[in-house]
Design a protein around this ligand. Structure first.
Ligand SMILES: [Zn+2]
Length: 509
């Protein structure tokens, strides 16, 4: 069953803007002559429409390389292959920029079943950067209801050899419930979640809660807990995935696994009747020394201001249950296609356009943070970064991440792109992808607001495969990104930064 797609038609805003392009691009347009930037955009859009290699590249990345967990051989293969593709396309200076992870982690196997009061096979996958169990282990399921360390004290001495669950089952939307429209979702709500979470659900974000989770894991380890199980919160037997090791690539204190929402519901229902015993066996392979990993980078040098930079980015790494097609092979292949098309059209942008395929995104934007650290001297001359990272859906808007000071210039930048179906710019703020690393460093970091296209059902799951990719939407994404990069590179000035508040912090965040 396919969820209803957003009707972009219904979202069209008639702009009717008479552009004063000389003000933003520092060049004259006459009433009769076409604006050169709009003319260049037409060429870029046509090149991508007529000659794009997105699906061929995405199929190769998905099927011939596959999942790309940071630190694995597969990601290195993808780094080498993308560097070679940039080189084949004639894009300048393709290279791998190194950074280091403390431990590599590779999934081997995980099986589990309820053994009492009845036998049921569970659909299960180990959290990444979690340890193995000590072979096959068997324990009683305990529901630990705790949000604070104080709450946890009541469980002291009661968790020896327990298998712990810490939340009620997630509520999933009805199969025919339309996907949320990312443009219309009320400001402040997340369209990342499939459904409203029950009041007992654990918070998704927040540094305090993350600290509590770490302390809780240490408490469980001390108490002799065998493993923890988490509801995947996805439909149709799909598993979810994230890591336990945080940005430092540490190994978690105890084994931990996701189970499908069907499996979790079964455990939960049986627990209402009495004792539930589960058997599980998890094996993971853990690297014992720091390992070098890489971001793939390439550039088209600016003809007039080569030291000023515009960045297009997406993350090449993925979780490892599927093929990492929509998270984020799609964004990566769009950035690669934007580079191919801009190079092929031969427009010679004024500023340098930098193409970056980050790694370590899934463990907390670690590769883009490493990029920002490695390029810290260039930050004042990076005009902006635009990131594509929510799957295959078409780009409906660009989010300015509350960079209100850029609104006027960005309106002009995207004006030639409304013919692609792009609606008005949005200030919607979303953390959780590589644009945040630039925002935190004071560089405008924008992201592509996309139609959902089942992204939040399938990303991080075993169903994130090439089947999820929609060619027309990806072509549009590449057209938006390539033209955006060129237009920003042609602006008279760098895009302004957020005003710095008196306290020295960045205002508006
Ligand atoms: Zn992603």
């Amino acid at each position: 069953m396919k969820l209803r797609r957003i009707s972009t038609l219904g979202l069209f805003v008639m702009f009717g803007v008479v552009l004063t392009l000389s003000a933003v691009y520092g060049q004259r347009g006459t009433d009769t002559a076409k604006d050169p930037v709009a003319e260049a955009d037409e060429k870029i859009i046509a090149e991508i429409h007529d000659h794009n290699e997105i699906m061929t590249n995405l199929e190769y990345l998905s099927d011939m390389i596959g999942a790309r967990l940071t630190g694995t051989e597969n990601l290195k293969k993808a780094n080498d292959w993308t560097r070679q593709k940039f080189a084949d396309y004639g894009v300048t200076n393709p290279q791998l920029e190194p950074w280091t992870v403390a431990h590599t982690w590779t999934r081997v196997s995980a099986t589990a079943q309820i053994v009492s009061p009845a036998v049921h096979t569970l659909t299960i996958a180990s959290y990444a950067w979690a340890p193995s169990t000590n072979g096959m282990v068997r324990g009683r399921v305990v529901y630990v209801k705790a949000r604070t360390m104080d709450d946890l004290t009541q469980y002291k001495g009661k968790l020896k050899d327990a298998i712990v669950i810490s939340a009620e089952p997630n509520l999933l939307p009805a199969p025919d419930q339309p996907a949320p429209n990312p443009v219309d979702v009320p400001y402040g709500d997340s369209f990342l979640l499939l459904a409203p979470r029950p009041p007992s659900a654990e918070p998704v974000y927040g540094p305090d809660f993350r600290k509590f989770l770490q302390a809780r894991t240490a408490f469980f380890k001390n108490e002799g807990v065998l493993a923890t199980l988490t509801d995947s919160g996805k439909p149709d037997g799909l598993l979810n995935m994230t890591g336990m090791g945080g940005r430092n690539y540490d190994i978690a204190g105890i084994p931990a696994a996701f189970v499908s929402s069907e499996s979790y519901g079964m455990i939960w229902r049986l627990l209402q009747r009495g004792a539930v015993d589960v058997e599980l066996n998890i094996t993971n392979s853990i690297g014992d020394k720091p390992t070098e990993v890489y971001n793939t980078v390439a550039e088209i040098r600016g003809s007039e201001k080569p030291d000023e930079i515009v960045i297009l980015g997406a993350h090449l790494d993925s979780w490892d249950l599927g093929e990492g097609t929509t998270d984020n092979g799609t964004g990566s292949m769009i950035v690669l296609e934007a580079a191919r098309a801009l190079q092929k059209v031969g427009l010679q942008p004024k500023r340098t356009i930098h193409f970056v395929l980050f790694s370590g995104e899934e463990q907390g934007l670690v590769g883009s943070r490493a990029y920002v650290a490695a390029h810290k001297d260039e930050l004042p001359k990076i005009s902006a970064a635009l990131i594509h990272d929510t799957g295959t859906g078409r780009v409906v808007s660009i989010s300015l991440m509350r960079n209100y000071q850029d609104r006027e210039m960005m309106d002009k930048v995207v004006a030639p792109l409304h013919s692609l179906g792009l609606v008005e710019l949005t200030q919607r703020w979303m953390a959780g992808s590589d644009h945040s690393s630039f925002e935190e460093a004071g560089v405008p970091g924008f992201f592509c607001l996309q139609e959902p296209a089942q992204y939040f059902q399938t990303h991080h799951t075993q169903a994130d495969t090439f089947n999820q990719a929609h060619e027309a939407d990806l072509v549009e994404g590449a057209q938006v990104m390539a033209a955006w990069a060129y237009n920003v590179a042609q602006l008279r000035d760098l895009l302004p930064r957020k005003p710095v508040a008196a306290s020295g912090t960045i205002a508006g965040n």
